[in-house]
Design a protein around this ligand. Structure first.
Ligand SMILES: Nc1ncnc2c1ncn2[C@@H]1O[C@H](COP(=O)(O)OP(=O)(O)OP(=O)(O)O)[C@@H](O)[C@H]1O
Ligand SMILES: [Mg+2]
Length: 298
């Protein structure tokens, strides 16, 4: 029996709305600079799905949307479908803010710093270099914007727009970041920044979407970070940075259509995603315990 079309096609994932649940199916589609490419990255969807499911299994103390990634437990016609690419989750009323945490000055955070010496409106010390680790991780929310790029805002602005939940979102996001940061550091990896989404389910804040994947986070090997930072080079993050570098090099203007990618660029990207999966899956459930002052989201 053929399956119905997805209810919603995101840039990377197909979403099947099953009433009170969702099936999130990770494709091999690639998006960079908010443009979906014609080329796909083989097995990327499976890798992302496994990484995110693994993290959810570590953070069992936080209300989250995860039900199962075991396709044999999917309901009705979906049973056994999308092997390893899909996750069954509880549908929530999504909060239309991205909860970004930055441990380093990269991307749009660095752009803001260059313009105003602030990050999410908060003053930072002068003279910080691109990629510099921040004195402490910063919560830098953004408004989710269906029509294009998300809009970075200050935390004060988030408090104004979302008075009921802003403080709790900030505390949860910073705590999740600290716990993952500590665990990844033990694997020789810096978590430079990441993005969470939350929803409301039965009146309770619930962690949704994907967590700590190379699509939602910047990771870098600590030794590679140190060497690049010292030399003033781009930080070699372990994700689709290879693709970002390639399209910048050939001078693509970042408007559709995206350029075709050479086979070796695709292959190197697959290798990065695989390496990240291997490293993350070495992390053990010690994450669920209090870790000094950093643990405990609630
Ligand atoms: N438990 C959940 N309840 C409600 N919505 C969810 C849940 N988990 C994920 N989502 C939403 O499902 C969609 C997943 O698709 P995908 O991430 O590929 O979209 P996208 O192109 O990145 O667009 P978006 O900017 O909306 O994230 C996202 O819109 C995400 O917010
Ligand atoms: Mg998304």
């Amino acid at each position: 029996m053929s399956l119905p079309a997805p209810t919603y096609r995101g840039k990377v994932r197909d979403v099947y709305d099953l009433g009170d649940k969702l099936l999130l199916v990770s494709s091999d589609r690639l998006s960079a600079f908010d443009v979906v490419f014609g080329d796909t990255i083989p097995d990327k969807g499976k890798i992302l799905n496994r990484i995110s499911a693994y993290w959810f299994s570590l953070f069992t103390d936080i209300p989250n949307h995860f039900i199962t990634a075991d396709a044999d437990k999917f309901p009705g016609p979906y049973r056994g479908a999308f092997a390893e690419r899909a996750v069954l989750v509880r549908k929530t009323q999504r909060i239309d803010f991205e909860c970004v945490v930055r441990g380093a000055l990269m991307g749009s955070g660095y752009k803001e710093y260059m313009a105003t010496q602030t990050l999410a409106g908060v003053q930072l010390p002068p003279g910080l270099q691109k990629g510099a680790l921040l004195p402490e991780p910063a919560f830098t929310p953004a408004i989710k914007n269906d029509t294009g790029h998300d809009e970075n805002i200050s935390f004060a602005e988030m408090q104004k727009r979302l008075p009921q939940y802003a403080d709790a979102l900030r505390i949860s996001s910073l705590s999740l970041f600290a716990r993952a940061f500590a665990a990844l550091k033990e694997q020789g990896i810096y978590l430079l920044d990441t993005k969470f989404e939350f929803g409301i389910l039965n009146g309770e804040l619930t962690l949704i979407d994907e967590i700590f994947t190379p699509d939602s986070s910047r990771f870098v090997a600590i030794d590679a970070y140190e060497a690049a930072f010292r030399a003033g080079h781009e930080i070699p993050t372990m994700d689709k940075q290879i693709i970002r570098d390639y399209v910048e090099k050939i001078g693509w203007d970042k408007t559709p259509p995206a350029p075709k990618l050479p086979a070796d660029i695709i292959q190197k990207t697959v290798e990065q995603y695989k390496k990240m999966e291997q490293l993350i899956c070495k992390i053990t459930p010690l994450l669920t315990k209090e870790r000094g002052g950093e643990g405990g989201v609630r």
